[in-house]
Design a protein around this ligand. Sequence first.
Ligand code: EPZ
Length: 430
Amino acid sequence: MDKYIIKGGNPLVGEVEITGAKNAALAILAASTMTNETVTIENMPDEADTNVLLGTMNDLGVFTHRTTRHTVRVNAAKARNFPIDNEDIKKIRASYYLIGALLGRFKRAKVVLPGGCAIGLRPIDQHMKGFAALGASCRIEHGFIIAEAKELHGAHIYLDVVSVGATINIMMAATLASGQTIIENAAKEPHVVDLANFLNSMGAHIKGAGTDVIRIRGVEKLHGTDYAIIPDQIEAGTFMMASAVTRGDITVTNIIPKHLESISAKLKEMGCELSEHDDAVRVICKDRIRSTHVKTLPYPGFPTDMQPQITVALGLSAGVSIVTESIFENRFKYIDELTSMGANIKVEGSTAIISGVERYTGAHIAAPDLRAGAALVLAGLVAEGFTTIDNIRFIERGYEDFYMKLRALGATIERVEDERSEQRFRLKYA
Ligand code: EPZ
């Protein structure tokens, strides 16, 4: 099994270019199946999750072609509406975006229940409520979600919880429904706005994305487009936090600073110096981090997808910090691993009470999910001695070239496939 091995201790210094946003890319890829015409998508990340979705689209008869590493051409003229079920698609959450897309286009979709990171219960009741309001009958049968309608009509939908996935899914189906749909209490995340912009560039009429009320006037059909995906704010945030953890000096480029405001604000509270440019942010952290409190919230609040990374940073702060996870109830599973590296953190329900320690020490640990896995890599980068991280497939689901980008910033990290390569690394850097 592949793993990362890290020799900790180097401050990370330099520039890192951020790729397109994974979670926007997944929604946009699904939406690209809603037209017969050719769609060209730029800034497409080359990661396991996007590649799994592309593979599944191929199984449906959709033509996809990466013309460059980060540009994909899609033509869904020959798409067939088969039930969607394969071992890989079961593992990714975004498989459920194909329900909204196919329901909109074919008025019927059958998709295997989604997997994704095991970070909590992750129900889909709000998606189903939205589809039902649009006139579809929805049911879960034999492990599949089935949604079908004679025709879809606009509706007024109030989401009981702010859900990124439900907002995106309803927006896609409503785009090809007749009449007007209003989604209230909608998610405001940058990738919700990105999908709305993408659909509008295909001829949709969506207004209000980025606020909590989205208005969609249904259209009969969508056309082809050329579109570039926004940069990944969580990848950017992860490298910004790497600067804090390693007391480094990292400039993240190809970003939208506005999307990073909640992360930047916390880094400043923690004592880091930040300088913002049009499409870059430089994060310099010279001294020991100051403690602070964090509560995860829907956008524009502090993102749950950055909770493990900031916890790893605060674990090294001077003082006591409190981190409250309010989106997913099971997102502290990595704390056991961090404790084995010397962290002093107590979890009580959805709260982590962090008593900062002066140092982490290397250990053999495993990534429990995507963001926690990346956070544990950050811990390894600053830990004394060697850290080995198993289950890196979770990390590689959503970070393109992660260890290579870290290496370019000065990290001593290698991806190894067997014990011998691991031993070679240990001997080389002993
Ligand atoms: C998206 O998940 C992201 N995934 C997650 O990214 C991210 O953590 C999450 O949004 C929050 O920002 C993708 O975009 C593919 P939600 P999603 O629906 O859409 C509850 C990563 O690391 N809820 O906004 O599944 C739910 O339980 C990941 O990249 C319902 O109760 O999240 C949660 O408490 C992991 N009923 C809250 O809403 C529903 O029908 C927010 O979930 C739907 C959600």
